[in-house]
Design a protein around this ligand. Structure first.
Ligand SMILES: C[S@@+](CC[C@H](N)C(=O)[O-])C[C@H]1O[C@@H](n2cnc3c(N)ncnc32)[C@H](O)[C@@H]1O
Length: 221
């Protein structure tokens, strides 16, 4: 995390990037503070669904158009679990969701799990990974590196990035935010030649001033 801060301080204005620090009394990273903030936010918004069915359908068609016949996918930070349900319906494959909150057990195909970590059975097992919750990462490099380790060689990650994922939107609940234009730079830097942004998808957005995009992240082949 420190390395990225130093790197960005050199190349970009502070307004383009923000990573909220969860520090404890001694100034060290306080994981419990992070987890509690996420669980509180999850419970406060438990009735809401952010992901749109139309977006899932468009991403599913994109995955098919790339010649991928998915058997297994993961979705990260899924709250009510609608994305894993819709991807499973659209693509006819098994899809699991991760959710850090203990509310995970209320929703089908949802595992209580912090997406910064992997599970042995997921390593090299995913045809695709979808998330609109990357802005909830306390350490985006760690999270994305973990996700990439779960991809099959032809697999891809689709990360939604909208005007609501920018630095101005960061808080104790949404710790990471960056300008869209900075994201390919960040991902390429974190990838260290192992992964990169291969494409940027564009979706309809209801407001003229907003945007709705998704970064497609792939392993180097
Ligand atoms: C903005 S909400 C999006 C929920 C869902 N994807 C949707 O579209 O409705 C982010 C969700 O990610 C969960 N979350 C936050 N940090 C997480 C982590 N490290 N691992 C797994 N889930 C996390 C939160 O609890 C919350 O439910």
């Amino acid at each position: 995390m420190g390395t990225i801060r130093k790197l960005l301080a050199k190349v970009t204005p502070a307004k383009a990037y923000k990573l909220h620090a969860y520090t404890g009394a001694g100034g060290q990273f306080d994981y419990e503070r992070y987890r509690k903030a996420q669980v509180a936010g999850n419970k406060a918004k438990l009735g809401k669904v952010w992901v749109k069915r139309e977006t899932v359908a468009l991403i599913a068609r994109y995955i098919e158009a790339r010649g991928i016949k998915p058997e297994f996918g993961l979705c990260h930070g899924t709250r009510r679990g609608m994305e894993q349900k819709w991807f499973a319906e659209e693509l006819g494959c098994r899809v699991l969701g991760t959710e850090i909150s203990d509310t995970a057990t209320q929703f089908p195909d949802t595992i209580e799990h912090d997406f910064h970590e992997t599970r042995p059975e997921w390593i090299g097992a995913c045809d695709f990974i979808y998330s609109n919750s990357f802005d909830h990462a306390y350490d985006p490099e760690k999270a994305l590196t973990a996700w990439v380790s779960c991809l099959k060689p032809h697999g891809l990650i689709v990360m939604e990035h909208t005007s609501g994922h920018e630095a101005a939107a960061t808080s104790e609940m949404d710790p990471f935010g960056a300008a869209l234009t900075l994201m390919p730079y960040l991902v390429t830097t974190w990838g260290k030649g192992r992964f990169h942004v291969a494409e940027i998808l564009d979706f309809p957005h209801p407001k003229k001033t907003g945007y709705s995009k998704a970064l497609v992240v792939e392993k180097r082949r």
